[in-house]
Design a protein around this ligand. Structure first.
Ligand SMILES: *Cc1c(COP(=O)(O)O)cnc(C)c1O
Length: 373
């Protein structure tokens, strides 16, 4: 019987590898007989949400018998103002992953292709293949590239674009590598992508980029009507569990995305919390500062342990152990430190480690010394 169902599935779905989430922390602790574990596996903000977001949740949760505002009107106005865009430029998603899926549904068919880099974010292949569209994977820079090991290679991405290509996905910085392109490179690449190809610039970690690496989103959108910038409340805004993200684009593109969107895809609590989180600049600042300090500390300590890390502009560090990293991952688990193995990215010697609080980083380093000794 299960085989029959497999054959009934759309061809793209049959070929899909399911996204492998980590086990729930409680389950893991039970299995390993440990308590007090720390989760550095999914690039969440270790400081947690802003107090203002929590207050906004308390003020609205008794209203959940009502449907949410399907257009997320207030949030569209607020985000529009932030980016100096008309609210008609916004598309909201149940996480920015939802927006990525809207892009695939609106623009791809089995006769079309999407281009993304090797080692790009795992959700791109999922949304492309679910539609049955063809994925064209651009080779990344090599592991030994002095500039940006395993990073997106713009020439390779451009080289993959052909007459069938409708969408190019670019993550800046990319997850799981942490690698990035500078603003001049992004601009030059956009100039060379045909205007009938949609470019998704996934800026999930935008706030963590060094200031000189932050592209001028408004200027890029003004120049490129084929551009969709995606953003999320899951990372620095620390609302991953509520699921809310957005796309910024030309209103004509947003109109198409909103046509395929479920009418109530973002929930009432998420909208209220996102609105409050946006205004809490101080919380964002301290989150970014803590990440910066933790990044330097971890990079130095890991280098001292003789480990090589990919360069990163995210809130995570991807470490190459130059050996199968699965036993190291398991060893860290037994020490109560949960990180992310990357075998599903064809990076079996790497682990991705979210930068934590100072205390969490100390625990990670102590656990790592223990496991590697
Ligand atoms: C975490 C992440 C996202 C955010 O996903 P949400 O659905 O908004 O939680 C998007 N893109 C990349 C590259 C990410 O790492």
């Amino acid at each position: 019987m299960p085989q029959t169902f497999e054959k009934l599935a759309a061809p793209g779905v049959q070929r899909l590898q399911p996204y492998l989430p980590g086990k729930p922390v409680e389950e893991l602790e039970r299995e390993l007989g440990i308590t007090d574990s720390i989760k550095l596996a999914s690039n969440e903000n270790p400081l947690g949400p802003s107090a203002a977001a929590l207050r906004a949740i308390e003020q609205c949760y008794r209203d959940i018998h009502y449907y949410p505002d399907g257009s997320a009107f207030k949030l569209a106005e607020r985000l529009g103002a932030r980016f100096k865009l008309d609210p008609a430029c916004l598309t909201f998603g149940n996480g920015s992953n939802d927006v990525l899926e809207l892009v695939a549904r609106a623009f791809l068919t089995p006769d079309h292709s999407a281009v993304y880099s090797q080692y790009a974010f795992a959700v791109y292949p999922i949304v492309v293949q679910a539609i049955g569209a063809r994925a064209k994977i651009a080779p990344a820079y090599s592991e030994t590239d002095a500039n940006m090991p395993l990073g997106h290679d713009p020439e390779a991405l451009l080289g993959c674009i052909d007459a069938t290509t409708r969408v190019v996905f670019v993550a800046n910085p990319n997850n799981p590598t942490g690698t990035w392109m500078d603003t001049a490179t992004i601009k030059a690449m956009l100039e060379r992508i045909p205007p009938n190809v949609i470019v998704v610039l996934d800026l999930a970690y935008y706030e963590y980029l060094d200031d000189e690496l932050k592209p001028d989103i408004n200027a890029l959108l003004a120049r490129h009507e084929n551009l969709i910038v995606t953003g999320t409340f899951s990372k620095v805004y620390a609302l991953a569990g509520l699921r809310i993200g957005y796309g910024l684009s030309h209103p004509a593109v947003a109109d198409l995305l909103n046509r395929v969107r479920q009418p109530f895809n973002t929930n009432l609590i998420a909208q209220a919390a996102a609105l409050a989180a946006l205004d809490d600049e101080a919380h964002i600042q301290s989150s970014v500062q803590m990440n910066k300090a933790g990044k330097t500390e971890l990079q130095n300590a890991l280098a001292q342990m003789g480990l090589s890390c990919l360069p990163t502009m995210g809130n995570f560090i991807t470490v190459n152990f130059q050996q199968d990293a699965a036993p190291i991952f398991q060893g860290l688990l037994r020490e109560g430190v949960i990180v992310r193995p990357l075998a599903n990215y064809q990076m079996p010697t790497y682990l991705r480690i979210t930068i934590g609080t100072a205390e969490q980083n100390e625990r990670l380093l102590a656990a790592l010394s223990e496991v590697l000794s």
